[in-house]
Design a protein around this ligand. Structure first.
Ligand SMILES: NC(=O)c1ccc[n+]([C@@H]2O[C@H](COP(=O)([O-])OP(=O)(O)OC[C@H]3O[C@@H](n4cnc5c(N)ncnc54)[C@H](O)[C@@H]3O)[C@@H](O)[C@H]2O)c1
Ligand SMILES: [Zn+2]
Length: 357
């Protein structure tokens, strides 16, 4: 099974097994290639299995990753490893791994010898339906996440669904939070499908369809606004709250869980500002609950608000949010008075109840 998407001008292939498509792609390019792999054992094993079948492959370079290693020092080490492996400007670099691999390998490829072509094989759900779509690459610095980076399109993206078999449950959930976000942006069948699947065990989900739909939603938004000057900001739905909860909890709340909290908070904020309907909001909450996502937090409202005030999305003194209007219609850059944000953050300290309005 392969579901293709070329909305962004390069192939994004959702594959049960990426190996045949990747091999065909490399053969058609007729160039040497080199494989950069997240050194996590399951991912590195997958990368070696893929590389074994690739023509003119210089080998597999395992690179220790994880968010703390998403740094310029790692980019430098990758450049040295590429040179040592014999890569030159004509070599196709193929990265295998999750979102951290996408961002770090993608930036290294964009900089190595002033730029070599790059293809990504996504092995985490989040990388498949979010991080590898849209051409953003970059690394963190001590001062900020993704602070150093650029827009740099890959030549191809492969979602390797078989890799999901070794992906831990909490990482599946991280990806699903973004899938729910995409489904709120698109509405219609995308949202219905997640509602229908949510009660079933993940092993039985048609992942190809789930990933392909989510990819299509993100790719369409990115295509309309590649450099994030307008509509692409809607992809940040729930994320102003999410970043505040991550930071105020000292990063004990994982990104996916924080996004789920952020989706409830954005829904509440919309409701209290006269957008969205209670019925639509409750539908979103029911879906998140079925998927096992948290809906309330012990992070105090004041701590979350303080974190939010430090967020870069604050302009001219008032907070701005991406808010849902309907399932299928989301607005960016909505100004909201601080008092309303504070009341929503207070509501988030308790589970949803009758007062969800
Ligand atoms: N570029 C973008 O547009 C964009 C968008 C969203 C997120 N991101 C970035 O993506 C990163 C998060 O991505 P992520 O959640 O994939 O993190 P990740 O790459 O760190 O992967 C999560 C964990 O799963 C492991 N893993 C990956 N695939 C596996 C597999 N098949 N089997 C077993 N283990 C596996 C990884 O080693 C890691 O421990 C963040 O740094 C974020 O900033 C980028
Ligand atoms: Zn996110």
């Amino acid at each position: 099974m392969v579901i293709g998407n070329d909305t962004l001008g390069y192939p994004i292939l959702v594959c049960e097994n990426a190996e045949p498509s990747l091999r065909a792609f490399v053969r058609a390019r007729g160039r040497r290639c080199v494989v950069l792999a997240d050194a996590q054992p399951d991912v590195a094993a997958r990368a070696r299995a893929l590389a074994a079948r690739l023509p003119r492959c210089l080998g597999v370079l395992p690179i220790a990753l994880g968010e703390p290693r998403k740094r310029l020092a790692t980019v430098e080490a990758i450049a040295d490893a590429l040179l040592a492996a014999g890569a030159d400007r004509a070599t196709l670099a193929i990265g295998v791994g999750g979102g951290v691999a996408n961002d770090t390998f993608g930036l290294a490829a964009a900089l190595f010898m002033r730029g070599v072509t790059y293809a990504h094989v996504a092995t985490s759900l989040l990388a498949m339906l979010d991080a590898s779509i849209g051409g953003k690459v970059g690394v963190d610095t001590p001062a900020g996440k993704n602070l150093v980076g650029r827009f740099s399109d890959p030549v191809a993206v492969f979602a390797d669904l078989q890799a999901l078999r070794t992906l831990p449950f909490r990482e599946i959930r991280a990806g699903l939070a973004e899938a729910v976000k995409h489904a709120i942006l698109a509405g219609g069948e995308s949202f219905d499908m997640l509602e229908m699947l949510a009660p079933h065990r993940f092993e039985r989900w048609p992942w190809g369809e789930v990933v392909a739909r989510s990819v299509a939603i993100k790719a369409a938004v990115v295509r309309a606004d590649r450099e994030e000057r307008g509509i692409r900001a809607t992809l940040n739905l729930g994320h102003t709250f999410a970043h505040a909860y991550e930071s105020a909890s000292g990063y004990r709340i994982a990104h996916g869980a924080a996004v789920a909290l952020g989706l409830r908070a954005a829904g509440l904020l919309a409701l209290r500002g006269g957008l969205f309907t209670r019925e639509a909001h409750l539908r979103v909450l029911a879906l998140l609950a079925l998927l096992g996502m948290p809906l309330s937090t012990r992070v105090p409202a004041d701590a979350a608000l303080a974190a939010m005030r430090g967020d870069k999305k604050r302009r001219d003194g008032s907070l701005r949010f991406v808010l849902p209007d309907e399932i299928g219609l989301v607005h960016a850059d909505v100004r909201v008075p601080d008092a309303r944000v504070r009341s929503v953050l207070h509501a988030m300290e308790a589970p949803p109840g009758d007062a969800e309005h």
